[in-house]
Design a protein around this ligand. Sequence first.
Ligand code: BGC
Length: 764
Amino acid sequence: MSVLVNDEWKIIQKGFSKERNRFFESLMSSGNGRMGLRGNHEEDYSGDTLKGTYIAGVYYPDKTKVGWWKVGYPEYFAKVLNAVDFIGIRVIIDGETVDLAKCNFHSYMRELDMKESVLRRSFVLVGRDGASYEISSERFISYSDPDLALIRYSVRSVSKDAKVTFIPFLNGDVYNEDANYGEKFWEYVSSRSSDETACVTMRTKKTEFTVSSAFAWKLSGSLESMRAITDRNGEWVGIEINSSIKKNEEITLEKYVSVVSDRYYERNELETLATSKAVQAKESGYEALFQAHKCKWADIWSMGDIVIDGDVPAQQGIRFNIYHLNCTYSGDDPRLNIGPKGFTGEKYGGSTYWDTEAYCLYFFLGTRTSEIAKNLLVYRYNHLEKAKENAAKLGVKGALYPMVTMNGEECHNEWEITFEEIHRNAAITYAIKAYSDYTQDLSYLVTKGIDVLVETSRFWVSRATYNPRKDVYMILGVTGPNEYENNVNNNWYTNRMCKWNLEYTCECLSMMKDRYPEEYKKAVDRLSLTEEDIETFKEVSSKIYLPEDREKGLFYQQDGFMDKELKPVSELTEEDLPLYKKWSWDRILRSCYIKQADVLQGLWFLNDYYDLKVKTVNFEFYEPMTVHESSLSPCIHSILAAEIGKRDKAYELYLRTARLDLDDYNKDTDQGLHITSMAGTWMSIVYGFGGMRIRDGKLNLAPFKPKAWKSYSFNIVFRDRFIKIIVGEEETSILLQKGESISIVVYGQQVELKTAEEFKLRQN
Ligand code: BGC
């Protein structure tokens, strides 16, 4: 039996069960933005496991596999690759190889300390002759040097003297479980090993990413002999280290691993570089590198922690989310992005979905420096040419960003999503506004963002269909965010966001003309922008058709939605749910059931355009029909519920997102974690319970406290300031911890925040 223990800072697994191994491996994943690992065992494990070592941006274009090819389908689906296994340490004690699928053991514990980002394991091994050994391991992926990972592995002999052999190794002979044609994605380049270091270099097929991994080692204990060993035609290299321990003695092996790729370094220097980095790491020593790593994490937590008093599972849940977002994206490389599974599993392939702009950006804006968030925008700017090619491929002008991508090319291949879920363009442009409003840094907008705005606008006007009978523009044949309806006409969300996108483009162009004439002129030349273009943007935005009942303030999800049989989810039985597993696709499509926020997603983005009444009408209409079968769904509902005063509902929906993986809500945590929806969890607290908004250039807050908590506090980074918000029983305190005085709005009231001064207000 294995159980997950509630703890404020740690994810603790007590006891081991083979059946739940994958689940815990996912939970115990960690990373540093450049690489990441599932919580696999270092020593051999022949039981069920999903081996996972992932290197950011290193992917394989796996040839598309579909039943019926459609023109416009991408040739490949980019797979996140399981890369060289560098944590491996074979352990042999008195001739018995340690393998928890075969050996006798007890007192198993696996523990991820999120504060320091370190994974620890321990268990007591009982040898064939009944002798006991206490085994423990510790490892971290350095946040201070993104190319390093360090492991410490100890064996203490409890009952007798024993021979211990460690074989730290690197294994490049690895596979993905998710491979369309069962292919191996890597090919061998070179390897070498000596008594001191080993190195293996592998290259991906087709994409030719070259990755070298090396290690150096240190043993504290008596060393008897050692020898370099090679296997699997050189793809596996290790060093056999033989030693012996006396009864009650402990021996520790330290493995200093480096992983470098030609994404950052010269290809022909990788092997030498990897080896020298590993040797240097050994010279710096485990403790010094661990200290540097811990300092980085201390910074991250000081900026972005959320403290919940009086609810340990909730506390653990939110920290788990904050932790994994930072493991996935460190923001120093605009070529990287945030995959829905991050470095925790293979599912979902590609690294970038609209999730980044619709959810993740807000988290990084609020908890890290603006440069980090900006890199997410630069990523899209750098893919603009590919987005134009993508639109052209579909016979449309302008730019259509891909639904799923690694390098800007679309790699998703379900026609109803690839060709029809075009709303993604609007989330990408909305992110430009969100960034610019939050930071007041317009440098991206006026030099790069404007190109994205103009080209997406060109897409919208080209994709819209003019209906002369009604003198309106319609958007036909789309899939909205609710993927439980396909090929519908006039999805309100898509049409509304298209309108907004066009208006915002025009607004930005006119602002630039006034305030940034030089940049404006450059943009006009670069984009060959004409007055006619602008007029068309205005014409289409003013005449875009919106299926709405203006009197009631109810927005119809799409033209045919009201013709459906409208029944709440509460009328479904347990046997029906989850729909995607129990119902035929046809039945789902005909039903009124909604996978995730759709109209409500629009009311969240365009929050300031609609009053509470409209939000309430639509929430009360749509939420009861929503099955939340996307992990991205509950958070948006939670924020809106909080805004319209449905606080208990907000909390109920928050709980669905906060511990989604820890409590295995969707029964799929074994495949990896839901990284992008973790940002939604953070948003549920900060935007939902905390009521944060940016209005008229100012930070607005209106926090309330969920009944179940005694108090909570969150930190936000806002325009070079660190602001702490503490929400108590009746009072809210706001402290400007760092940065210059600033005027903000709390509960609708203007407040001057002075540096290091605490401001207290009674809650509404
Ligand atoms: C959701 C999409 C999302 C994708 C990746 C799907 O289930 O419907 O909106 O982009 O997951 O998270």
